[in-house]
Write a protein that binds this ligand. Structure first.
Ligand code: SF4
Length: 138
C-alpha cells in the first residue's frame, strides 16, 4: 500500500510538535484497583475512586522518609475481599473489609501470598484520615 506524501508530512509534523511525555509517578504505573463503587454490587468500600488520593499519600510518606521520586511499590486496592485487582499478590495491599475501612497487608517483591498486617487498618485513606482500630496480626 502506498502512503501519500501528504499523509507522511502530516504525521511527521504531528510527531515534531507533540508534547514531551510528562513525568508519571511509578506508583501510578504499577498500581491497580478494582471497580468497586459505584459499578460493582459486591463492593463494601471505595477502590478505583479512592486510589489517586491513596497513592498521593503513599508518595508523601516516601518523601518524608527520604525515598527518591522514582522508588515504587506495587499497590493494589479492592472494594471487598473477592480480590478482583489481585491484592493478594501485592507489595502493599488494601482490601476493603467494611464501609470505608481496609485490611492492610503485603509481601516483598510479590514472591508469595501477601501477609495481612492489620484488620481495619485504614479508614478513608483517600481523605487523609487513617486510623488503626485493631492490633497488627503476626
Ligand atoms: S474485588 Fe469486590 S468490589 Fe472489587 S470488583 Fe471484585 S467483587 Fe467488586
Amino acid at each position: 500500500m502506498q502512503v501519500s506524501k501528504w499523509f507522511k508530512n502530516t504525521c511527521y509534523a504531528a510527531l515534531k510538535t507533540r508534547e514531551q511525555p510528562r513525568f508519571v509517578d511509578p506508583l501510578n504505573i504499577t498500581a491497580m484497583a478494582c471497580l468497586a463503587f459505584p459499578l460493582c454490587p459486591l463492593a463494601i468500600t471505595e477502590a478505583e475512586r479512592g486510589i489517586p488520593g491513596i497513592l498521593k499519600r503513599i508518595r508523601a510518606v516516601f518523601e518524608k522518609v527520604g525515598l527518591k521520586y522514582n522508588e515504587s511499590v506495587v499497590v493494589r486496592i479492592t472494594g471487598c475481599p473477592n480480590g478482583c485487582a489481585r491484592p493478594y499478590m501485592a507489595e502493599l495491599r488494601l482490601v476493603g473489609d467494611g464501609p470505608n475501612s481496609y485490611q492492610l497487608g503485603g509481601n516483598q517483591n510479590q514472591t508469595s501470598l501477601a501477609q495481612s498486617f492489620m484488620d481495619k487498618g485504614f479508614e478513608k485513606p483517600w481523605k487523609g484520615g487513617s486510623s488503626s482500630t485493631s492490633t497488627p496480626q503476626p
